[in-house]
Design a protein around this ligand. Sequence first.
Ligand code: ZN
Length: 254
Amino acid sequence: MFSYGKINHSQSIRFFLIVLLTGCYAGCAYINPFIENIDMVSLSQEKQLSQQISTEVSKTKTIVNDPAKVDLVRRIGNRLVAALPRKDFDYQFYVVSDNTPNAFTIPGGIVYVHTGLLDFVDDESELAGVIGHEIGHAYDRHPTKTLTRAYGVTYLTNLLFKNDPNQFRKITLQLAAGGILTKYSRDEEREADDIGFYLLKKAGYPSDGLLRFFRKLDRAAGKQTIPAFLSDHPATQERIARLEALEKNPVPAG
Ligand code: ZN
């Protein structure tokens, strides 16, 4: 059950954001979380990888078909994707049965939201914050960068050439077990947090959705096992402080 957050339609804030976001996309690469990547598999190869891995995810995870859950996640996801400055992928959103308040992203812009996350959040903007964070990973191609770090470009391109289902299955099992996709770097997590923050703003959500999610997760951490989403660097409190600073002054420090 979700109580939906209020949407801020203030024209002045909108104008400010248009100026801010347009300015950053146009020329502020050094402070821009929407960065480009080099030295990795091509976009078309990433899309091939995506197809193979998503097929394996559907075999190794329980995909939830409850229309209330799926429609909510897709509506939020599509609203956030509409705010992206560039769409390299046909972004897709699925719900998987898992009690932990988490989400993960595979190459090619496919985001999987755990049922435990739907239960954990208090309102739509918190969920949108996490989905925006995951879209940020996809946008900056972090899943493919991580796979490239783990396996190397040559291995991945050979894998696509040979199209060996057993190897794709092996990779997917590691992805599903959180063995690879939780190995994002600190900078990649910060980039994804920044993109999550800006997508909330640009899509018209309360911009503190991701911040409130992290605060709640931080409070919950004392009572339960810390989910993988949080167990990585940087520490939750550092991420909270960073988002609080963005909330007060949404101009990234150069
Ligand atoms: Zn992340």
